[in-house]
Design a protein around this ligand. Structure first.
Ligand code: 7PM
Length: 280
């Protein structure tokens, strides 16, 4: 299956890696915006060499309890970098934002995919996504980033995530976004306890969507709390979860550690395909 965002194709007959490029003042520190631009471009190039198919550019941390970033500040952070990467590199560009104005400017600057943790619920977001013919990743979140980890609660997590995503899919279709533009994401860590995350992971195949599934578990608390380890020790656990997600139907894996994840995913996929061909 091939999907197309703003004229750029992405072949999903095999798993794809989305590399995370966070643009916050501390992420490429030691000075000017010019310096930041070069460093971000360098990191994007590096991730492409390491196997990234998509570069996901975000200017606001959505970590639990993180500070709000004003619209203009987010624009100042991400737009110059999207422009630069789209001019210099041959790669699919994703913008990680829930703000309509940022989506709009990002698509004008060269983004192909809108990765929205709020699933296009901001005013005007549906119309902006439709007008650019962009790919859209609709993610599930319970609550908002400031408070979502305080008391997540579900009767049945798979049913609730699935019905939310179906409601957002319908909203997209009604706004003139076609089915082939949609990617869905269960939103690991977004208003979910450790146990709820693992239940959702294990039952991902029950979500009942025909759209490609993207997942983000890289370095998250569900890995750290289970293994009881620090952020910089979470790579092996993150890869374990990513491979399990592939076995449950995920097609795009959003990660910080592109090289290691790409190698693991390629071996996993090859072994699986090899066995399928052998027995068919
Ligand atoms: C806790 C929660 C810590 C979230 C860090 C994060 C996702 C995303 C993020 C995801 C999609 C992080 C984040 N996570 N977009 N943006 N799916 N589509 O790990 O799981 O960078 S933010």
């Amino acid at each position: 299956m091939i999907v197309t965002g703003c004229g750029r194709n992405l072949d999903l007959s095999q798993p794809r890696i989305m590399g995370i490029l966070n643009i916050t003042p501390d992420s490429f520190s030691d000075g000017s915006r010019f310096n930041q631009l070069d460093k971000a471009l360098f990191r994007a190039e590096e991730m492409i060499r390491e196997g990234a198919d998509i570069i996901d550019i975000g200017g606001e941390s959505t970590r639990p309890g993180a500070a709000f970033v004003p619209e203009q500040e987010e624009l100042d952070r991400v737009i110059p970098i999207i422009e630069r990467i789209s001019q210099k590199l041959d790669v699919m560009i994703s913008v990680d934002t829930y703000k309509t104005a940022v989506m709009n400017e990002a698509c004008k600057a060269g983004a192909h995919l809108i990765n929205d943790i709020k699933a296009l619920q901001d005013d005007g977001a549906l119309a902006v996504a439709a007008s650019h013919n962009a790919l859209v990743c609709l993610m599930h979140m319970q609550g908002d980033p400031q408070t979502m980890q305080q008391k997540p609660s579900y009767t049945d997590i798979v049913t609730e995530v699935s019905s939310f995503l179906h409601e957002r899919i319908t909203a997209c279709l009604n706004a003139g976004i076609s089915d082939e533009k949609l990617i869905i994401d269960p939103g690991f860590g977004f208003g979910k306890t450790l146990e709820q995350n693992f239940e959702l992971l294990g039952r991902m195949n029950e979500l009942g969507v025909k759209h490609p599934i993207l997942i983000g578990v890289s370095r998250k608390s569900m890995i750290g709390n289970f293994l009881n380890c620090a952020i910089d020790e979470r790579l092996p656990g993150s890869i374990g979860a990513a491979l399990y997600a592939l076995s449950k139907g995920a097609r795009i894996i959003r990660v910080h550690d592109v090289r290691a994840t790409t190698d693991a995913v390629r071996v996993f996929w090859h072994a699986q395909q090899y066995q399928k061909l052998r027995i068919s």
